[in-house]
Design a binder for this molecule. Structure first.
Ligand SMILES: [Zn+2]
Length: 235
């Protein structure tokens, strides 16, 4: 094995590790977590908003109905009073009409109270819907900000990645196909580090020392490999 080829391999390893770091950085931006939790929060708030809005709709329908009933009562009362004050009825009829008017007034009073009670309920229900809509608006604005920050960072990481990939292409050229195959296999099982520098009797991959005998054995082979971790050693 040519030493130049091994040095090339070490350079390839360096570029690959830089690419690995960029890919890792790309998928572990803190903004991604923040975006995800903002998205979940928006979903939760939207469900809550739907519930509050449907409660409000029900209150509004009930109020409409009660106001309609109140109007009917008022019309009926007016009609009866007109007849009562118009006179021309017998004493019994007049007494009957008087009692009827009294009863209608009672019903109107009760209905007015109901309507007032409903109006008192509707105001906070409307306020609750508005408040949650404002919250959702804020969350969505935060999401949009995070999204644009993520996209900006990805753009610069991707540009950097493209530069590294170009360098990698050049670095791959001088490397023997069989060696490259071993390199890729080792990278897959050795946390991305297939090649280690050998310095002062220590493997740069597993950081374990090789005894003089182990060193001799390792470097006697065509392709020196660490006796401990089996990574390719470049002295
Ligand atoms: Zn090692």
């Amino acid at each position: 094995m040519q030493l130049t080829s091994l040095a090339d391999l070490l350079e390839l390893q360096e570029i690959d590790l830089q690419i690995d770091r960029l890919l890792d950085q790309r998928q572990s931006l803190p903004e991604l977590d923040a975006y995800k939790s903002a998205h979940e929060e928006a979903k939760r708030k939207d469900k809550e908003r739907e519930m509050l809005a449907s409660e409000l709709r029900k209150l509004e329908l009930d109020l409409d109905k009660a106001e309609g009933e109140l109007e009917i009562l008022e019309n009926k009362l007016e009609e009866h009073e007109t007849r009562l004050f118009g006179g021309g009825m017998s004493g019994r009829e007049t007494e009957h009409m008087r009692l009827e008017v009294q009863s209608l007034k009672g019903q109107r009073g009760a209905m007015e109270e109901r309507v007032l009670g409903m109006l008192e309920e509707i105001d906070p229900a409307r306020a609750a819907v508005q408040a949650i809509e404002a919250e959702i608006g804020e969350i969505n604005a935060r999401k949009a900000e995070l999204e644009s920050s993520i996209k900006d960072q990805w753009k610069s990481i991707d540009a950097e990645l493209a530069r590294k990939e170009e360098r990698k292409k050049a670095a791959l050229e001088p490397i023997d196909a069989e060696l490259l195959e071993l390199y890729e296999k080792l990278r897959g099982i050795k946390e991305g580090v297939a090649v280690a520098s050998y310095d002062h009797g220590v493997c740069g991959g597993c950081h374990m020392a090789l005894s003089p005998a182990e060193q001799e054995e390792a470097f006697a082979a065509d392709l020196p490999r660490c006796v401990h971790c089996r990574r390719i050693l470049v002295a």
